[in-house]
Design a protein around this ligand. Structure first.
Ligand code: BGP
Length: 477
């Protein structure tokens, strides 16, 4: 029993974080290409007011080189195959297909690259799982159009999405429209390419941008199903289970609101096809005026919901509004009242395997559609020992504890879980820090934060462990 026979074990990456070759074969600049590594990065991704006019070509930013997967994808996919991957989640860089985003014709060299990558996966019977847009929208669309708050983005995304769906619909069954669509509530610059317009209400822009993304996502679902009714298109939510600090009803209500607004708002629209009831409260509290919509938008959302719920899960958070002095975890990306029952990663992300079982139950109970954990993992500073090996037992512990909870959710709770693709299955540039030091992989890549080094790939201890997990369909943890 336990995991279903056809369970999709695999790993996940994103083009901007590993491909490198940022200006090769006609590729344009993306918002990620315009971001430095290190401390400055967090200021940018969390702010709507980043100055996109700084010329990224004058600097060497980490995403420009990544791990040069562009030139090493065959070697990397061979290693995934050696681990026994059933699927591989990656994204298509929008800027390889439409370098500026507003062209009418796609760049054939970009399409060809992904065709080869997909064929390489299929060669090993690895099912490709494609994210259409993962933090790599064309910089030109941010600079000139102001990002997703501009309705024109729907048309540009639709052209991009139609192009890749049309080209690859016979080879790729699983798709996702936007990576962590709700992350714009935290990182509008990275997620929506937002540029501040003077005096504008940031929340107004973010929700307007989200509406445009919802419409764009439904258009993708429509197109995909027209091309091939068997295709499954998912949403992708950044999910962080949020607990109440204590049983004070005031904190309980606050955590309920937090879960609705952060974890469910986007999924409610994308899965149920309509804006949820608490939109009223959210907009009122943030002084968001009614969104601009075109005729037919709401019908489109209703008619073309997603087929499954993809989500990332790394941590849980605590909501507390009554105690002004609650302890806080250092550097927690999602704001962090400390949970005394949990430990944290070096970056303050609170490790919570049971929270994953709770999440699976909450999501399945709410939507009754298949779930897919498309990101999970432990960022850590791995060390190569004197024998040239990486003994990442902490990562094995983290992953095995989460897999055990997944199994309970399937076996005892009856949740329909399609697959599991741990994040950064090969070391890559971190999204929040822009550095290599925060590693997630089963495969070590010999590069430092300045992307200097041999680039050599070395399987870690977790590589063999995960291979056994997959071979035993989750029995040998
Ligand atoms: C998610 C993103 C990924 C990835 C991951 C880990 O939010 O979808 O792109 O990077 O988090 O985050 P980080 O790299 O900041 O540790």
């Amino acid at each position: 029993m336990g995991f279903p026979k056809n369970f999709l074990w695999g790993g996940a990456t994103a083009a901007n974080q590993l491909e490198g070759a940022y200006n090769v074969a006609g590729k344009g600049l993306s918002v990620s290409d315009a971001m430095p590594g290190g401390k400055d990065r967090f200021k940018i991704i969390g702010s709507e007011s980043f100055d996109w006019t700084i010329d990224p070509e004058k600097y060497v930013y980490p995403n420009h080189k990544g791990i040069d997967h562009y030139h090493h994808f065959k070697e990397d996919i061979a290693l995934f195959a050696e681990m026994g991957f059933k699927c591989y989640r990656f994204s298509i860089a929008w800027t390889r297909i439409f370098p500026n985003g507003d062209e009418l014709e796609p760049n054939e060299a970009g399409l060809k690259f992904y065709e080869e990558l997909i064929d390489e996966c299929l060669k090993y019977n690895i099912e490709p799982v494609v994210t259409i847009s993962h933090y790599e929208m064309p910089l030109h669309l941010a600079k000139v159009y102001g990002g997703w708050k501009n309705r024109q983005l729907v048309e540009f995304y639709e052209r991009f999405s139609d192009t890749v769906l049309t080209r690859f619909h016979k080879k790729v069954k699983y798709w996702m429209t936007f990576n962590e669509i709700n992350s714009s509530l935290h990182f509008p610059a990275l997620s929506q390419g937002m540029v501040a317009s003077s005096g504008a209400n940031e929340a107004q822009n973010i929700f307007q941008g989200l509406h445009h993304q919802f419409v764009a996502s439904s258009l993708s679902v429509k197109k995909a199903h027209e091309l091939n009714p068997d295709i499954k298109v998912g949403c992708m939510i950044l999910y962080a289970t949020t607990y109440s600090y204590d049983c004070d009803p005031t904190n309980q209500l606050a955590s309920l609101s937090r879960n609705q607004e952060f974890n469910y708002f986007c999924a409610d629209v994308q899965v149920r096809g309509e804006y949820p009831h608490y939109t009223k409260r959210m907009f009122k509290e943030r002084n968001v005026q009614p969104l601009e919509m075109c005729e037919g938008d709401l019908t489109l959302l209703k008619n073309y919901p997603v087929d499954y719920i993809g989500f990332s899960y790394y941590l849980s958070t605590v909501e507390c509004i009554t105690a002004a002095t609650a302890d806080v975890t250092e550097g927690n990306i999602l704001g962090g009242v400390k949970n005394p029952f949990l430990s944290s990663s070096e970056w303050g992300w609170q490790i919570d395997p049971v929270g994953l079982r709770i999440t699976l139950n909450e999501l399945y109970g709410r939507y009754q559609k298949p779930l897919f954990i498309v990101e999970n993992g432990l960022g850590a500073k791995d060390v190569v020992d004197e024998n040239g090996e990486i003994q990442d037992t902490y990562r094995i512990d983290y992953l095995s504890q989460h897999i055990k909870e997944m199994e309970k959710a399937i076996e005892y709770d009856g949740v329909d879980l399609m697959g599991y693709t741990p994040w950064g299955c090969i070391d890559l540039v971190s999204a929040s820090t822009g550095e290599m030091a925060k590693r997630y992989g089963f495969i070590y890549v010999d590069l430092n934060d300045k992307i200097e080094g041999s680039g050599k790939r070395i399987p870690k201890q977790s590589f063999t462990w995960y291979k056994n997990v997959i071979a035993s369909n989750g029995e040998n943890l």
